[in-house]
Design a protein around this ligand. Sequence first.
Ligand code: FEO
Length: 401
Amino acid sequence: MPPVEIKPDIYWVGVNDRTTDLFEGLWPITQEGVSYNAYLINDEKTAIVDLAKSTKGDEFLNQIDRVVDVSRLDYVIVNHMEPDHSGLLRTIRRLAPGAIILGTKRTRDMLESFYGITDNVRVVEDGDTLDLGKHTLRFYVTPFVHWPETMMTYEVDHQILFACDAFGSYGALRGAIFDDECTDLEFYEQQALRYYANIVALFSNAVLRAIDKLGSVPVSVIAPSHGLVWRKDPGRIVQLYKKWAEYATGPTEPGVTLIYGSMYGNTESMMNAVAQGISRAGVPVDIYDAAHTHASYILSSLWTQRGVMVGAPTYEGGLFPPVAQVLEIAGHKKIRGRLTARFGSYGWSGGAQREFERIVTPLQWDIVDTFEFVGAPTEDELRHGEEFGARFAELIVQKEA
Ligand code: FEO
């Protein structure tokens, strides 16, 4: 996609990545892709805000060259050091050796440890400004959105917030970069939630602090470093991020994430009965087969829903490993305070429940019910499973009331 002028002399010069399978080497984006958004201000002094992953070098440099010769860059503003935005710093340094790199104190340290860069680095403090000619930039230090060194850059004259990871989403751009030109906003909002749950969730307090800090700053455009640029309704993505951040410690939505795994279909048969019970009670349920669904997708539901129903058989005296792995990742993300119940089949001695409790107890999940059966479920047991699901759903509703 060629550069897009978002305001006079301010350009989106990002690149799409449709070939990386795993974002951060961990989260699947094969189907969705991702964009690395960067922004170029072509004023009396030229400044670029954030860069891109090193694998996109040729394409990214070409984007800059379409607006201004890369060797003429005066400033490189590093909002965040994660290499999806900083990976081309050494290349830019070779091509524009006089360009000054700006970032926070911790960015200065990371520039050395990640790239061996120590020269022509300027540390900015919270509230510092940079005059480019017609445009003025102001810097807001926003630690831990997403790493400790992060800051946001604000273009004062057109009220553009270059927010880097904050307000970002998975999903390569499909020709349109703006929210008002996008014909599938729902896709980007879903991918923003998945991105939030995968990447940002652990830093929810920092997100709320940043939103609060910038609360009195007039913002006309939210320009993150992944996903859409929000100019029609910038408040929309801020409100979504705020809502998701509040889920870290506050009330979540009255629904159920049902995570299950099944070796030969017995636990799966019961899962269908349990899901019937939950649905009968009028409670929404997201169902995931943990062996066939990457945790990345399940986290979106786990982050937002109040209830977690776990269906997993005993496997070698423990919890069926694909389900255990998802729960361990939920623990890593500190998804706390859920209402949970577990069902599952066992062949002779059981053991799944013990491991389930070991994983979820430290997360302060309230285990309200358990239902185990031997081998294949009988008709009576399936009826019991439906009731088990309905009872759980009623507790979810009661907890809201
Ligand atoms: Fe998009 Fe934390 O990097």
